[in-house]
Design a protein around this ligand. Structure first.
Ligand code: DLL
Length: 439
């Protein structure tokens, strides 16, 4: 790593000594408990566990006296039981992006939006991006936080922002070419889709001047990141966040590209065993639990994110002292049990994306075949392989099947598809189709 590659947005805030950071966390936690006591939801809850004031928190460990907050709690508190300030102090709200079920809502004061923007600026600059970049924001703008979250930060950094939002792939390509876009923000699946469509739309990778991509909002494997980097000859940086914790900007990879710095002055993190709910030591994979430390309008205490990761507490070559989280392995609730074997979709993705012939889109289907479960992996392959040579296609299928069998123990059916034939999603990709009858 060349030291001149390391750039900071706010060096002091990004590299404080650990003791100072932890002292600051304790102060902020006390303040957060005070704020939480102003919401009907937490007042009831905190009083039950004997917390009537922020000063009842003597050490960070005391956080463990507070029960976890779950997504169901947020649904129950909808629309205003988690609001800590009068509505006229709220400048924006985001509800969950899903279209079914009871939504969840997060309110923001102007201070909340400014703090969110600061954190996102840190992440973007940590990748080496700067005011010199032409930034095309391909995430959807609206209730989904991906678009607006990065937009404000990119403007604050002074980048030239193209708010192209998601979709309209041909126009994205034209904008990238005409304005010599250097940085993009998109889901990994959408970047792969753009590549799959280049030829059809009359573009070549050489038409673009991309240097980096911020990829996030959905789980993806290291092999997918490498594929994206190779296809566009740029670097791709993992960015993690969720609407409950503002949106993007919670954790970001730096130029070292090894795990994501999670901004610990804004969030307290724990990793727990999702079953026993006990805390796990650094390095062990479990469910990420977060507490907001700066938020005024909607404080959240010990929120169970559902995301599986581990904490990396080792020093990073970039000098940032905020600990890192590993690439998200999946969600605690997206583990598939197939004929008794536990499999995460991310494991399948990691394997197939290392096969050079495999293209940019895939699906995982689970069906019932008599008493047994049948796993089918459908992958697009590059069009030059559809040359009528059945034998080489059969060999390719067997190669993918063997690699998967080594990794996930069971033997899947492999279907090879032409490029562009599997469904594409402008937002988060849907990869898993579990067609087994519900018990
Ligand atoms: O996806 C916020 C975001 C936008 C993050 C743009 C990064 C970039 P939600 O729609 O609330 O918010 O979805 C949050 O998406 O709990 C994870 O399961 C998943 N997720 C987000 N980033 C990553 C990532 C936004 N880098 C949910 N890797 C989270 C894996 C991710 N999963």
């Amino acid at each position: 790593m060349n030291p001149t590659d390391i750039t900071y947005w706010n060096r002091e805030a990004e590299t404080p000594p650990r003791e100072q950071l932890e002292r600051q966390q304790l102060e902020s936690l006390r303040q957060t408990v005070e704020t939480a006591l102003k919401t009907p939801f937490y007042r009831r809850r905190l009083e039950k566990c004997g917390l009537a004031d922020g000063s009842d928190i003597a050490a960070l460990e005391d956080l463990k006296r507070i029960p976890f907050t779950t997504k169901d709690d947020l649904r129950e508190a909808y629309p205003d039981q988690l609001l800590a300030v009068p509505l006229d102090e709220v400048v924006r709200l985001h509800t969950s992006s899903g279209t079914t079920g009871t939504p969840t809502v997060i309110y923001h004061t102007q201070q909340d939006i400014d703090a969110w923007t600061e954190l996102t600026c840190r992440g973007v600059v940590a990748t080496g991006a700067s005011h010199r970049d032409v930034f095309q924001n391909m995430m959807s703008y609206g209730l989904f936080t991906g678009g607006l979250g990065l937009h404000y930060a990119a403007e604050k950094i002074g980048m030239t922002v193209i708010p192209s939002a998601s979709g309209n792939t041909r126009r994205q390509m034209k904008l990238m070419k005409d304005f010599r876009t250097t940085a993009i923000h998109a889901t990994p699946s959408y970047i792969l889709h753009i590549h799959a469509k280049l030829e059809e739309e009359g573009f070549r990778p050489e038409d673009f001047h991309l240097q980096r991509a911020f990829i996030g909002a959905e789980a993806h494997s290291e092999s997918t990141r490498q594929k994206i980097e190779e296809l566009f000859n740029m670097r791709a940086f993992n960015s993690y966040g969720m609407s409950e914790m503002n949106g993007p900007g919670v954790a970001f990879e730096c130029v070292c590209q090894e795990d994501m710095h999670l901004w610990e002055d804004a969030y307290h993190m724990e990793v727990i065993d999702p079953e026993s709910r006990h805390s796990l030591p650094d390095g062990e994979i479990g469910e990420l639990v977060m507490t907001t430390l700066q938020r005024g309008a909607t404080p959240l205490l010990r929120y169970r994110t559902g995301d599986l990761t581990s904490i990396n507490g080792s020093p990073c070559a970039c000098g940032r002292t905020h600990r890192r989280i590993a690439r998200i392995k999946g969600r605690a609730d997206d583990m598939m049990i197939i004929n008794g074997v536990n499999i995460y979709p991310s494991t399948i993705e990691a394997v197939i994306m290392t096969v050079p012939e495999v293209g940019t889109n895939y699906q995982i289907c689970i069906d019932k075949d008599g008493a047994l479960d049948q796993l089918t992996v459908k992958t697009e392959i590059y069009s030059k392989l559809f040359n009528g040579d059945i034998r080489s296609l059969e060999q390719l299928k067997r190669r993918i099947q063997n690699r998967l069998k080594t990794e996930v123990v069971i033997s899947p059916v492999i279907e090879l598809h032409e490029p562009g034939s599997l469904p594409v999603y402008e937002g988060k990709a849907v990869r898993v189709f579990d067609n087994r009858p519900k018990e």
